[in-house]
Design a protein around this ligand. Structure first.
Ligand code: PLP
Ligand code: SF4
Length: 342
């Protein structure tokens, strides 16, 4: 496997630990994160207070891709607990998507025609500060075996459902054994054609995409789509590249969705680099989401007019297939809403 070396970062450390070990050794303390990056915090109590609301969790494989000594590193900003999160901001609320009202059974969200979202695992390997699920009641959405059966029965009873989306939290926090059983049960429902996985794990613990996982994902009769959630080109190192190559070799359709985040990727050079580097790894852009107005994430907000200008600029720089669709998710809509609306 040869990679275009000018595009691929070399990891600073060799990958040794398996994914389960990496998941057990997450960085959870701001002091530890700052020590790894050689940063001196000026207001430690503010970072700690933000952790009380939504804890710090970040795999070391993700920290390895941050630039030491840089408070403005685009990867650090995605996980850095900040005092600003605790300031109430008008319009930023706990459940902006009102998902709890589209939650007919624990662990199942049926909002759009033809596809259902299964909350496979409440947990994530990383806590992204902008996450719209930061206040989602995961404790109520970590389905037991019996609840799986209820969700599967719901899908089996509705022949309009042709796609099942494994989501979370992060579905790949679940074990291979659980996923294999779930996929077998989904494949046994005749009207389901497509299995889609939405996960950030290939970016934050790339070793999750083991040969065993790729085999279990691709051995059913279902078409397989894998949507990674990458926001910045610096997330794409050689370890990620290997994970993508395995999935691609197994015939999986690879897509990316990003969230437009102030100071992380809200300029056209960053978005251009992201989409070019994704393409070099066999991944096509899917959506660029504007931020869901979740309480605690106002410091990531980008003006809609700026978002539109960025997409227009990308259109002049990239082939059409490398320009993501700018969308917003609104409650009570039958699909994502394009921006500008048409
Ligand atoms: C985004 C989303 C989907 C998938 O929508 P696509 O436009 O097909 O990517 C499905 N269900 C829910 C609840 C969603 O939020
Ligand atoms: S659901 Fe996705 S965006 Fe939210 S914390 Fe988990 S990995 Fe991050």
């Amino acid at each position: 496997m040869t990679a275009p070396t000018d595009l691929i970062w070399q990891s600073k450390k060799p990958a040794t630990a398996n994914w389960q070990q990496q998941l057990k050794t997450l960085v959870r303390e701001p002091a530890q994160l700052f020590a790894l990056l050689g940063l001196q915090a000026e207001d430690m109590p503010a970072h700690l207070a933000a952790c009380q609301d939504f804890s710090l969790r970040v795999p070391t494989a993700f920290v390895d891709k941050m630039q030491p000594g840089d408070w403005n590193d685009p990867l650090l900003l995605q996980v850095l607990p900040q005092g600003a999160e605790l300031l109430a901001q008008p319009g930023f609320i706990a459940d902006p998507l009102q998902e709890q009202s589209n939650n007919p059974h624990p662990g199942l969200i049926h909002k759009y025609h033809g596809r259902v979202l299964l909350v496979v695992s409440g947990g994530c390997a990383i806590n992204c500060r902008y996450c719209f699920r930061r206040h989602f009641p995961y404790e109520d959405n970590n389905p037991s075996r019996k609840e799986w059966q209820t969700a599967l029965d719901y899908i089996a009873a509705d022949s309009s459902i042709s796609e099942v989306i494994l989501s979370g939290g992060d579905p790949l926090v679940a074990s291979d054994k659980q996923l294999a059983e779930l996929i077998a049960n989904i494949a046994a429902i005749p009207h389901v054609q497509t299995l889609r996985v939405h996960s950030r794990l290939p970016l934050v613990i790339p070793e999750r995409i083991s040969d065993e996982f790729v085999t279990l994902l691709t051995s059913s009769r279902l078409q397989t789509v894998f949507v990674i959630h990458c926001n910045h080109a610096n997330e794409l190192d050689s370890r990620v590249q290997q994970a993508m190559a395995k999935l691609k070799a197994a015939g999986v359709t690879l897509l990316n969705q990003s969230v437009l985040l102030a100071k992380v990727n809200d300029n056209s050079a960053a978005l251009q680099a992201l989409n070019e580097k994704l393409f070099a790894m066999g991944v096509l852009p899917y959506y660029l989401h504007v931020l869901d107005k979740v309480q605690g994430a106002a410091h990531f907000d980008v003006d809609e007019s700026h978002a539109i200008a960025l997409i227009e600029s990308l259109r002049t720089k990239l082939p059409g297939y490398l320009v993501p669709k700018l969308v917003r998710e609104l409650p009570q809509q039958a699909s994502k809403t394009p921006i500008p609306a048409y």
